[in-house]
Ligand binder design. Structure first.
Ligand code: PRP
Ligand code: MN
Ligand code: MG
Length: 183
């Protein structure tokens, strides 16, 4: 994994805890979709680790597809207006779709995305996210599968980046304030 040096403040969720939770969620998903075929949709780039682990933990017949989206505006807070950088390759009409995310922060990305996907007449759309922050509860979003509710801190690892770094850490850590604050 990446050399964290002094950038890591502390480990919030260990690799073992993450892997156990993914297996638990996969068990529930296997039960809930028994007899069905499932399309899991990862939101690039953060969702790559959850997608890879979840897909391998599922016993259902699954297909994998990806979307890349970007929030409009240069601010640090997402605006809620989303631009599609890469759309699905799959026609999801009549399909059971499970959107997979690393984190729900404000909830704006997923609330836009779920609305967008539902307009394509899928059989169903549900959400699976590894992490959720407290602010997310302010946006009405029905999240069926959630790994961990976490405090409002800057978290990295397991797909989550700070300036495109640290995504490859196998655990969730908090970033030391000196990395993103005044040096
Ligand atoms: C992050 C994260 C979620 C989204 C959550 O992605 O991976 O996709 O933000 O934020 P929200 O709930 O406030 O909308 P980001 O836009 O940083 O892109 P990335 O996945 O490529 O890192
Ligand atoms: Mn993302
Ligand atoms: Mg990011």
């Amino acid at each position: 994994a990446a050399d964290m040096g002094k950038d890591l403040e502390r480990v919030l969720i260990t690799e073992e805890e993450l892997q156990a939770k993914i297996k638990e969620l996969a068990g529930r998903i296997d039960e809930d979709y028994a007899g069905e075929e499932l399309l899991i949709v990862g939101v690039l780039k953060g969702a790559v680790m959850v997608m890879a682990d979840l897909a391998r933990a599922l016993h259902l017949p699954v297909q994998m597809d990806w979307m890349a989206v970007s929030s409009y505006g240069a601010g640090t807070k997402t605006s809620g207006v989303v631009r599609v950088l890469k759309d699905l390759d799959t026609d999801i009409a009549g399909r059971h779709v499970l959107v997979v995310e690393d984190i729900i922060d404000s909830g704006l990305t997923l609330s836009w995305l779920v609305h967008n996907l539902k307009s394509r007449n899928p059989a169903s759309v549900e959400i699976c996210a590894a992490l959720r922050k407290p602010d997310a509860v302010k946006v009405p979003l029905d999240v069926k599968y959630i790994g961990f509710d976490i405090p409002n801190e800057f978290v990295i690892g397991y797909g989550l980046d700070y300036a495109e770094r640290y995504r490859n850490l196998p655990f969730i850590g908090t970033l030391a304030p000196h990395v993103y604050g005044a040096s």
